[in-house]
Design a protein around this ligand. Structure first.
Ligand code: NAD
Length: 268
């Protein structure tokens, strides 16, 4: 394998995604939308996908323009392999290459004690967060004929268990494991696989979970800022790390999962 001399490249070249074709799942809002914005800003042509097709179209319409032409959107449910195939084919067809796939779509519905977890609930969590992520990575890798990067959104709950979120935490442990497994198998194909593990980030999905608790007296602002940096994370805090992971700045990074945790795994 030829050794790429990245040290000879300028910083602006290393950060640039110009000419690259990217797909982001679950990008109609929250972290996925912020990732789509940063990838477009760095020059990638982005296919914005989400099970919410209208939301995906609205995000695609607002992205910074790409030299490769308008960004596009597609309704994609990551539990439906047919729609993953359609997205991967659509991204490939635009520029003849697929370079970047960000597996961001994930669910974290209200949960509770493991001892009460229903089979359907466990199945749904694993089907979206694990099977959907796995199948999407597979479809992406099949089309990354010139190499590429796959980023999987994990979570700090993949490293530290908390009571009441066992199904979600289990699914994100699996995403960290999947990231390692795929990195091993895809390295010979020139494909890096990187995980990104946020702590609590202020997104619409998190608000949906916390708003009912706020009505019951929780100080949501304080709960979200309970980390070493003392402020709530925002979607762009994660998007900037995803941008790093997909760029050539991270050319020597694969198989690992990068925490975006404001120190919350370090201590409290
Ligand atoms: N926000 C946080 O605190 C946080 C922390 C750690 C990890 N994460 C992870 O980051 C990712 C994004 O989180 P967010 O807070 O932005 O979520 P969000 O709920 O605000 O947005 C998620 C998006 O994914 C879409 N989606 C859900 N199921 C889908 C499916 N089956 N197929 C396609 N799209 C689907 C939704 O329509 C939505 O637009 C998730 O994987 C989540 O587990 C979030």
């Amino acid at each position: 394998m030829a050794i790429a001399d990245f040290s000879a490249r300028s910083l602006s070249e290393l950060w640039s995604l110009e000419g690259r074709s990217a797909v982001v799942t679950g990008a109609a809002r929250g972290i996925g939308a912020a990732v789509a914005h940063r990838l477009a800003e760095a020059g990638a042509s982005v296919l914005v996908t989400d099970v919410d097709g209208e939301g995906a179209a609205a995000v695609a319409a607002e992205l910074p323009p790409s030299p490769a032409g308008p960004h596009r959107s597609l309704r994609v449910d990551i539990t439906d392999t047919g729609s993953l195939v359609a997205a991967a084919d659509m991204a490939l067809e635009r520029s003849g290459r697929l370079d970047i796939w960000v597996n961001n779509a994930g669910i974290y519905p209200a949960t509770g004690p493991a001892i009460d977890a229903a089979d359907d609930f466990i199945d749904r969590m694993l089907s979206v967060n694990v099977r959907g992520t796995f199948a999407a990575a597979r479809e992406a890798a099949r089309r990354m004929t010139a190499g590429g990067v796959i980023v999987n959104l994990a979570s700090t709950t993949a490293f530290r268990a908390s009571a009441g979120i066992s199904a979600y935490s289990t699914s994100k442990h699996a995403v960290v494991g999947l990231t390692k497994c795929l990195a091993v198998e895809f390295a010979p194909l020139g494909i890096r696989v990187v995980g990104v593990a946020p702590t609590v980030i202020d997104t619409p999905g998190v608000r949906e979970q916390l708003d009912p608790l706020a009505k019951a007296g929780l100080d949501v602002g304080a709960a979200m800022a309970a980390n070493l940096l003392g402020r709530a994370g925002v979607a762009d805090d994660v998007a900037r790390v995803v941008l790093f992971a997909v760029s050539d700045m991270a050319a020597f990074v694969t198989g690992s999962t990068i925490p975006v945790d404001a120190g919350s795994l370090a201590g409290h």
